[in-house]
Design a protein around this ligand. Structure first.
Ligand code: NAI
Length: 637
């Protein structure tokens, strides 16, 4: 299946600083050596500036090396620290393709104007031997302080790489991978056939403009040249568009795997999204961007494979249209549940001690010290309506705080700890001192708590709603508060909520005593955002890398084993009879050895995954794509 395989003998010349590793060795050595020195910042910036100018071809190399080493008060122990640091900074795509480096170590040369002292131990980790490294060497005094460098080394001179390559007189084809102008010079001088500008860590226009190829990762280099690699299709070719300033953890998750990632701060309207979605395979959004049929219908959206909602709700996404097009949608159903739990517990304490009223009085200068109507929560009974992700966590924590826990759920749920199940809302409300709602937002839950339900509650109950606004009949709640049935209430969600922070909040609950109102922030914490930022990309990456759809909100759910020693063929189709038979007919026709096969369907869509032995004819792929009712087909290996 490989194409383009380069001629043998092939030598691959790789630069070290900012290519093999993410950083510049000398800059980092300066940083380490100057730790604790008040001039650290100043000297490191100066060295970086010279490095950059040298790389861009604006500073004579020999001058740049001399000036940088002169600024460097380093010794052997600093070099040792640098080696440890650099081993952790090997470029992600080099780490991913360690097998390639090890298997091809004989034809790889590291040619660098850096220093062998730190380069050799780092590249040896990746299977490249010391005698394949060409670089400068430091000179040291008797105490181990760096005094300068070996000036007879060709690589310390201007056009040093060119001079060195001339001396090597390599035969056959030579490829050069690097990020600096001195790497390009090898191609310019005719000593290398092809120059690949490597931009995973830095991209310099002066260099990329001159390159034969610009490669954002080693995967791309290997792909272009048909060489063996960790990624069947380089991730650097797959565009990820993240909107609404999703957490930085999401950006790093995709970048670490080498994807092309764009992060936008704001939401996009329909037309803006149509423009930005061009060539995007993975889209991440939050609640303010709508992914509508109009967007999905547009040819710009034709590459879209999966969508991550970096929130709980998915109303903003046309799930059915996504399914029809074979686009899997994922969300973060649990990531912020702990935040809701903590706030609920805190609010219960606040309400039983009348803290808000007392605090408001204090701000007005009123000292009203009294124990009247203040209670502990210990020993009281809490009634949870809805015993799902949030209800169960409150159950555990409330019990640890000494509350007796009761719950009611329409589904038969396992009681955790000593919690007790109630058969009806009426039973639950008849015994609870605290009532906390944690039901989901389905339509049929509209106004499930109204006048009658309040009448079942004990007098002076504490009432919390952090679930969904439409669940509670607000006029009935207002009446229950005014009549004293409800002694304190905390409400975080409302039937109608302002769409932006500029809109006024209008609700009959405003101005009532011992009522804490919060603007739907139950789940809004930094931790929840970070959890979402990790959870959603993990789901999307599982789908992209392995085909798993576990946790998808609109797709047949399949949790697949890792792909080992096989090729995985993923076939998404309209759920009409006979497709599986047709797929297997193709395999039978070409005598393909099937290692594993998985199938899951929804009413509309079928998802068939077949793991096959690696040797098969390419004809199969074409035939599978041609099966009627195929929506999408892709392969992983
Ligand atoms: P979940 O889906 O895990 O649990 C909901 C439970 O309620 C299920 O066990 C279900 O069987 C039960 N249920 C549904 N209708 C019921 C009814 N009429 N009577 C009794 N039980 C019923 O949901 P999760 O994650 O626990 O979330 C609960 C609520 O919290 C949801 O409405 C969610 O939207 C809301 N939420 C609010 C946040 C905020 O910022 N305030 C943040 C996160 C979630």
């Amino acid at each position: 299946m490989m194409s383009n395989i380069p001629a043998d003998p092939l030598t691959i010349v790789i630069d070290f600083d900012s290519t093999f590793t993410k950083v510049e060795g000398l800059d980092e050595l300066a940083r380490i050596a100057l730790q604790g020195n008040p001039k650290q910042q100043e000297i490191v910036s100066k060295i970086r500036e010279i490095t950059d100018k040298g790389m861009a071809g604006e500073y004579l190399f020999s001058d740049s090396l001399r000036d940088r080493v002169a600024l460097l008060p380093a010794n052997r122990s600093h070099v040792d620290q640098l080696i440890t640091f650099l081993k952790g900074k090997i470029s992600d795509s080099f780490q991913r393709n360690k097998d390639f480096l090890e298997e091809n170590a004989d034809r790889i040369l590291i040619i660098s104007s850096g220093f062998k002292d730190f380069i050799v131990p780092v590249v040896e980790e990746m299977g490249i031997a010391a005698d394949h490294v060409y670089a400068n060497t430091f000179t040291y005094d008797a105490e181990g302080n760096i005094t300068g460098y070996d000036q007879a080394n060709l690589l310390s001179q201007d056009k040093g790489k060119v001079k060195l390559m001339q001396s090597l007189a390599l035969e056959g084809e030579v490829f050069v991978i690097g990020d600096g102008i001195t790497d390009y010079e090898l191609r310019e001088s005719g000593l290398a056939n092809t120059f690949f500008a490597f931009t995973e860590n830095v991209s310099r226009k002066a260099v990329t403009d001159k390159a034969d190829y610009v490669v954002p990762s080693l995967d791309e280099f290997l792909y272009i040249n048909g060489l063996s690699r960790a990624q069947s299709y380089p991730k650097s070719r797959i565009k990820v568009l993240l909107l609404e300033n999703v957490h930085p953890a999401a950006v790093s998750a995709f970048k670490k795997e080498g994807f092309q990632v764009e992060l936008l701060k704001g939401a996009l309207d329909e037309n803006e999204l149509i423009e930005k979605i061009k060539d995007v395979s993975i889209l991440g959004l939050r609640s303010k961007t709508s992914l509508t049929k109009k967007v999905l219908d547009h040819p710009n959206a034709s590459r879209l494979m999966c969508v991550g909602a970096f929130c709980i709700g998915t109303n903003q996404i046309d799930l059915a249209e996504c399914e029809t097009r074979g686009i899997a949608v994922f969300n973060a159903p649990y990531s912020n549940t702990r935040s809701v739990v903590e706030l609920s517990i805190g609010l219960m304490v606040m309400l039983t001690r009348d803290i808000f009223e007392k605090s408001t009085k204090m701000h007005a200068g009123i000292w009203d010290k009294s124990a009247k109507n203040s209670y502990e929560i210990r020993g009281k009974k809490i009634g949870l309506v809805g015993y799902g992700n949030i209800g169960t966590q409150i159950s555990v924590i409330a019990e640890a705080l000494g509350l007796e826990v009761y719950f009611y759920d329409i589904v038969d749920k396992l009681a955790l700890g000593n919690a007790k199940k109630c058969k009806s809302l009426k039973e639950l409300f008849g015994l609870a001192d605290f009532i906390s709602l944690h039901v989901d937002g389905r339509k049929s839950n509209t106004n499930i708590i109204g006048t009658q339900e309040f009448s079942w509650m004990k007098d002076h109950v504490i009432f919390l709603n952090l679930s969904r606004g439409h669940v509670v009949d607000i006029p009935a709640l207002v009446h229950a508060i005014k009549s004293g049935k409800v002694w304190g209430a905390a409400v975080d969600v409302f039937p109608v909520e302002p769409k932006t922070n500029d809109e006024e909040f209008i609700n009959e609950l405003r101005g009532l005593p011992n009522v804490i109102l919060t603007p739907h922030i139950g789940g809004s914490t930094e931790e929840a955002q970070a959890n979402i930022g990790e959870f959603v990309p993990a789901k999307l990456l599982q789908f992209i890398n392995n085909g798993s759809t576990y946790g998808s909100v609109n797709f047949p759910e399949l949790q697949l084993p890792p792909l080992e020693d096989a090729h995985r063929l993923l076939h998404i189709h309209h759920n009409v009879p006979g497709i599986l038979a047709q797929i297997n007919h193709v395999f039978a026709k070409y005598h393909v050895n099937i290692i594993g096969q998985y199938l899951k369907t929804t009413e509309k869509t079928g998802y068939v995954i077949t793991d096959v032995a690696k040797e098969y004819s390419e004809e199969i792929v074409n035939e599978l794509k041609l099966i009627n009712d195929t929506i999408k087909f892709r392969m992983l290996y």
